[in-house]
Design a protein around this ligand. Structure first.
Ligand code: ZN
Ligand code: ZN
Length: 434
């Protein structure tokens, strides 16, 4: 791998980025188009088509429809390392309420036939627009690097299916296998800020659907029933004892029951109740402990309450933690620190309790590839500067991701998103001998 010093890498990055002012207006148009036309996880047909067209226009070898709506672009530029760069492009079932002129009014169909409003509330449209901007600039200045760029545009991140689908389709066998994989996620900190964290950056996640079986009856005859609503209530309360009493307090763990459904009327005891639960932990070993406790409590409460049969416990979706390689994180951070003004590169104090299926690009089917994912701010500078408090206190007060109000300050965020990607990619793509 390259042994170039970070200042020298930053010099090449500045030369590549000298074309950014020219490209940015077009990337902004692309971003607003993606934002106004969000698509649910697994339904990103239009978005994938746009990405494929943009890759082709930049001169990449394009493979579309790879692992669902995944799009892979390869830019081979002589002997050298293979650098994978991944961006996701799915949106969320949320009704946008930002009031922006390019706000989404889109709806999407769900597998059960219902329709829901859709919004880019996680900023995946930023990731994809910036990836395309970086691809164009790096393609335009092939004289400044050598090696191979593998650009991975991923669907279905929010459902934790997309990375597995692309890797399962043979991403690392059908294309040049990357020596390093890079990705970024926008955050609600100030635009321009870039945050790195070696080691665990995102927790692992397992989501479950639990169906508690009871026996329905007239609401006035509870003694003829086995009430699944009571069992659900007892289960929810008992689950809170897992983190409080079974896990080392030094471990970051979460047990959240995010959905409870049972019954239709006050005077009918229904036959079943359905809970949906998410577990978060920063290691698979602790996650196994959480899951075992969840299963034990769910079954135990049902048995104690005379349930006619054990509950069904279904694993809906899951991802392992994002574990950033220390050396890769340090190298990318050093280049970013050279490129950006003092005070913009601020390390993350703790891991994010959220989850990201980017984790699988560094660990898949026995293949380990060093990887790092960093974060970059998207809140307007004046809005951020007006808030008192430390980084975490301010973050808590910003219009957050996964809410109807997430409205990135688009031009500075897109700009920084391209700059971070170009700098990071060049950290592993060496220069050409002059
Ligand atoms: Zn998200
Ligand atoms: Zn996201």
């Amino acid at each position: 791998m390259t042994t170039e010093s970070p200042p020298d890498t930053a010099r090449r990055a500045r030369a590549v980025l000298s074309g950014l002012d020219q490209v940015l207006p077009d990337i902004d148009v692309l971003y607003q188009d993606l934002h106004a036309h969000p698509e649910l996880s697994g339904s990103e047909k239009r978005t994938a088509g746009i990405v494929a067209d943009r890759y082709a226009a930049a001169g990449l070898d394009v493979t579309a429809g790879f692992g669902g709506h995944g799009v892979v672009g390869v830019l081979a530029n002589g002997p050298g390392p293979v650098v994978g760069v991944r961006a996701d492009f799915d949106a969320l079932p949320i009704a946008e309420d930002t009031g922006l002129p390019y706000a989404s009014t889109a709806v999407g169909g769900r597998p059960d036939g219902t329709t829901v409003p859709v919004m880019h509330a996680c900023g995946h449209d930023l990731h994809t627009a910036s990836l395309i901007g970086a691809a164009r600039l790096l393609a335009d200045r092939r004289d400044l690097w050598r090696g191979t760029l593998l650009l991975i545009a991923q669907p279905a991140e929010e459902t934790m299916q997309g990375a597995k689908a692309m890797l399962g389709a043979g991403l690392f066998d059908r294309f040049p296998r990357p020596d390093v994989v890079l990705a970024q996620h926008c955050a609600v900190t100030r635009t321009g800020m870039v945050h790195h964290r070696p080691g665990i950056a995102y927790s692992g996640c397992r989501n479950f659907r639990i169906t508690i079986h009871g026996r329905g009856a007239h609401g006035a005859a509870p003694h003829w029933s086995v009430d699944p609503v009571l069992l659900a209530a007892q289960t929810i309360v008992s689950l809170q004892g897992i983190v409080a009493r079974e896990i080392d307090p030094g471990e970051m763990t979460v047990v959240t029951v995010g959905s409870v459904h049972a019954g239709t009327r006050p005077n009918i005891i229904p036959p079943e109740a359905v809970l949906e639960v998410t577990l978060r932990a920063t290691s698979e070993a602790v996650m196994d402990t959480l899951q075992a406790a969840l299963e034990r409590i769910v079954r135990g409460v049902a048995e104690t309450g005379r349930a006619p049969r054990p509950p069904d416990i279904e694993l809906l979706e899951h991802t392992i933690p994002v574990d950033n390689d220390a050396a890769v994180t340090a190298r990318v951070r050093a280049v970013h620190a050279e490129l950006f003004p003092e005070g913009d590169v601020i390390d993350l104090p703790t891991a994010n309790n959220g989850s990201e299926d980017f984790a699988y690009f560094s660990s898949w089917d026995g293949v380990s590839i060093p990887a790092t994912m960093w974060f970059y701010g998207s809140t307007a500078a004046d809005r951020w500067d007006a808030e008192p408090g430390d980084l975490r206190e301010r973050m808590a007060r910003m219009p957050g991701q996964h809410t109807p109000f997430y409205a990135p300050d688009r031009l500075p965020t897109l700009r920084r998103g391209v700059e971070t990607l170009v700098g990071a990619a060049l950290a592993y793509l060496p220069g050409r001998p002059s």
